[in-house]
Design a binder for this molecule. Structure first.
Ligand code: ADP
Ligand code: ADP
Length: 233
């Protein structure tokens, strides 16, 4: 599913002062691609991600996710649309008091997934991420890589069209990072899910992204195929 920003800006009011966090005249993330965003802290990467996952609205401009102009949806339609956008996080954001299965069941129930099919769906998701034998385990008994696999399974539970990754491998060692990146690539290929990745790890972008946007000061100052971004000028 493609994501299109037109004349978007995002301004925060902070202690009586306006902070212009994002200005995007034109940005198209193509359906089915892995798009990476890099830039220093404060460049606007998280703001851009929060506009795609519909947690925030832009101050001006329009955003399309697939066929929907999400900037024109009402609250009810926004809630439904949000379920089609999965997200994974640096700190995994699992509920520690729930088992692996219940962490996933939780989002399926919230989306009114048919009750009788929830258990089967959890099995399917855990098989996809290679964690079938951890179904009844609590997060504290999982390694970091296993926790992120649960995070990915949960993000995919409602068959999203888009998967957003916010520093998802930044808490993992290089070896584990590699296995998570391979899993994300497989998900992109096999399920056709559009993936948007933000990270400060250049190796991750080089390994995973097909196209890259470089952000600075609320704008995308350069955008190209990954090998061109990282080739000498
Ligand atoms: P005040 O109390 O004067 O309103 P705060 O620093 O508590 O200012 O910020 C208000 C809210 O705005 C906080 O909830 C915080 O999460 C958010 N916020 C403020 N500045 C930033 C920032 N630079 N980055 C992210 N969030 C911010
Ligand atoms: P990045 O993810 O690249 O580090 P952000 O999108 O978090 O950048 O921040 C972009 C700019 O917007 C920064 O100047 C930041 O301080 C500001 N900002 C982000 N969120 C808030 C907020 N909730 N309130 C006020 N300012 C914010």
């Amino acid at each position: 599913m493609s994501i299109v920003f037109k004349d978007v800006s995002k301004t925060y009011l902070h202690k009586g002062k306006e902070i212009n966090a994002l200005r995007l005249t034109n940005l198209t993330i193509n359906a089915g691609e892995i798009f990476g965003l890099i830039g220093f802290s404060g460049a606007g990467k998280s703001t851009l991600l929060r506009l795609i996952n519909l947690l925030e609205a832009p101050s001006s401009g329009t955003i399309h996710v697939g066929d929907d102009e999400v900037t024109a949806l009402n609250q009810k339609d926004l809630r439904v649309k949000r379920q089609k956008i999965g997200m994974i996080f640096q700190q995994f954001n699992l509920i520690e008091s729930k088992t692996v299965a219940d962490n996933i069941a939780f989002v399926l129930r919230a989306a009114k997934y048919p009750k009788a099919e929830i258990d089967g769906r959890i099995d399917e998701l855990l098989e996809l991420v290679g964690l079938s034998e951890k179904k009844t385990v609590f997060p504290k008994n999982l390694s970091g890589g296993q926790k992120q696999r649960v995070g990915i399974a949960r993000a995919l539970a409602n068959n999203p069209d888009v998967l957003l990754s916010d520093e998802a491998t930044s808490a993992l060692d290089p070896e584990t990072t590699k296995t998570i990146l391979n899993l994300l690539k497989r998900i992109n290929k096999e399920l056709g899910i559009t993936i948007v990745v933000i990270t400060h790890e250049m190796e991750v972008i080089k390994e995973l992204a097909e196209r890259v946007g470089v952000m600075s000061n609320g704008e995308i100052i350069e955008m190209d195929d990954v090998y061109k971004i990282f080739s000498e000028p």
